[in-house]
Design a protein around this ligand. Sequence first.
Ligand code: C2E
Ligand code: MG
Ligand code: MG
Ligand code: MG
Length: 268
Amino acid sequence: RAKALGRKRWQLFDESLQRTAIDVLEMEGELREALRLDQLEPYFQPIVRLDDRSVVGHEALMRWNHPRRGVLAPGDFLAVAEESGLIDAMDWRLFKRSAAWAAGMPPGTYLSINVSPRHLRREDFDQRMLELLGRTGMDPKHLVIEVTEGSLLDDPDNARMILTRLQSHGVGTALDDFGTGYSSLSYLHAFPLRVLKIDRTFLASLGQQGHSAAVISAVIALAGALGLDVVAEGIETEEQRQVLLELGCEFGQGYLFGKPMPATASAP
Ligand code: C2E
Ligand code: MG
Ligand code: MG
Ligand code: MG
């Protein structure tokens, strides 16, 4: 009897494993379709000065107009896109559409794009990016590339080479989600960074306890010493804006100022 039960459990286990594998395969197929049918679309979220709320830039965020499931955010498909390698083509598709949108941006504002760690492992990423900017007519000085700590440290030498070459053409680099990764400060100066983006997990507890305020002001001091701009992510309340201003944070992004919106609804 025990044996029978045991077998049954195994069977259940097997079936659920199988279903997961099929889901992943199915999504891979659907992502290929998404590329073929051009279902990926950049949404744009404003980045503002915290004091007067003026817009200094926009971050492009990938959305998938899924034929049955509606508009999907990266949380629903990024893992499969990364594992299958499809993110490569998906990112380039999004860069192209975002750059075309940003080509007519007012001077003094920038477009920020997220790049998969894969791109920083390739030797020709900078060349491809500059070619794309040339084709779309977007000024490289208006582009900021958002990278994560993990993607910098994956192949640090190649990442440094690519970002330095891009920097010589005026392209900036932002360190995204700061505070969620290794948060080792020692490597910060080793890369040509322009912007530090404080992850929104820090803001969640802001105003409740003294701890995150102390951490944020330390990060702002560090950024200042390294000559970096600071953008706080995920600002949802006026109180958070006030506290961040008091801590000396200059820029921010979040639902308080604007949600990610399709190009038709967000002027560049
Ligand atoms: P991220 O780069 O840190 O982007 C910020 C995320 O926070 C976005 O989620 C944005 O919609 C969300 N957000 C902005 N303001 C608020 C707020 O006030 N409250 C809350 N709760 N959330 C806010 P999203 O668009 O779902 O993107 C998730 C992540 O997916 C991004 O995190 C980025 O790492 C990645 N991603 C987005 N677009 C692309 C892309 O085109 N290529 C690649 N490789 N990754 C992308
Ligand atoms: Mg980002
Ligand atoms: Mg971020
Ligand atoms: Mg984040």
